[in-house]
Write a protein that binds this ligand. Sequence first.
Ligand code: MF3
Ligand code: CO
Ligand code: CO
Length: 281
Amino acid sequence: MKSIFKDVSDLNGMRNAGKLASEVLDFITPFIQEGVSTEKIDALCHEYMRDVQHTIPAPLNYQPPGYPPFPKSICTSVNDVICHGIPGERVLKSGDIVNLDITVITPEGYYGDTSRMFLIGDASIMANRLCQITYECMWLGIAQVRPGTQLGDIGYAIQTHAEKAGYSVVREYCGHGIGKVFHQDPQILHYGKPGTGSCLEEGMTFTIEPMINAGRKEIKTMPDLWTVKTKDRSLSAQWEHTVLVTASGVEVLTVSEHSPHPPEIVKPVFGQTFPPSTILI
Ligand code: MF3
Ligand code: CO
Ligand code: CO
């Protein structure tokens, strides 16, 4: 089942879910510092979702086929962890990079899914560059979105930018359709060939969430069956937005007051302010 929303109440439901997911990241940002444990970050986000937003953290007890239930409310992926890092006793230290991935379910049943990278203390120039290039990869993918774009066009835009920088694209995990379900069709690969794959249609909602490794693309899954690391132990970064295909282009749904602006490299494409307008093109 593809999520194609045309109904205004569905669209507003998805806009609200996207904004709330992004607001969890705004809320937690001041706490992301040297000395804080990932389980403390999880607990603060959990309380904010439950007590302030009245949303449900989608990861908690999420159990796709073949997986144990995910035990926490958010994903915290540090350094060589590519994705699905489980919050625990690990304390963030200067030089670390961490991805926080938030998915909320609103009381109306809509999902919003977004993640950002955070650099702790004195992160290296290498770590900074990886996070920046990955951010640009996500936005170059977003900039492709409009009715008629083929899925391969999105993957190609992301892959070429990552590989030009000397990085690799993780193949095993991808963006996904999202709506009243967490993960559904279509799969949004972050690599591909232009002019291939199915066409985007107005009303589709999906995520773009490239995972980019500083070294080789191969992964290694930990014995907890969730945590995914780079096989060569190189650093990995990821950013994620949930987007809507509009008649004229794309609307980024996971935006809020403190969302980082699009990078310089996509500004000529959009030529609009962001935020407050989330409607691009
Ligand atoms: N938020 C992740 C995504 O972008 C999925 C996390 S599933 C979990 O699709 F169970 F690990 F939380
Ligand atoms: Co996602
Ligand atoms: Co996510």
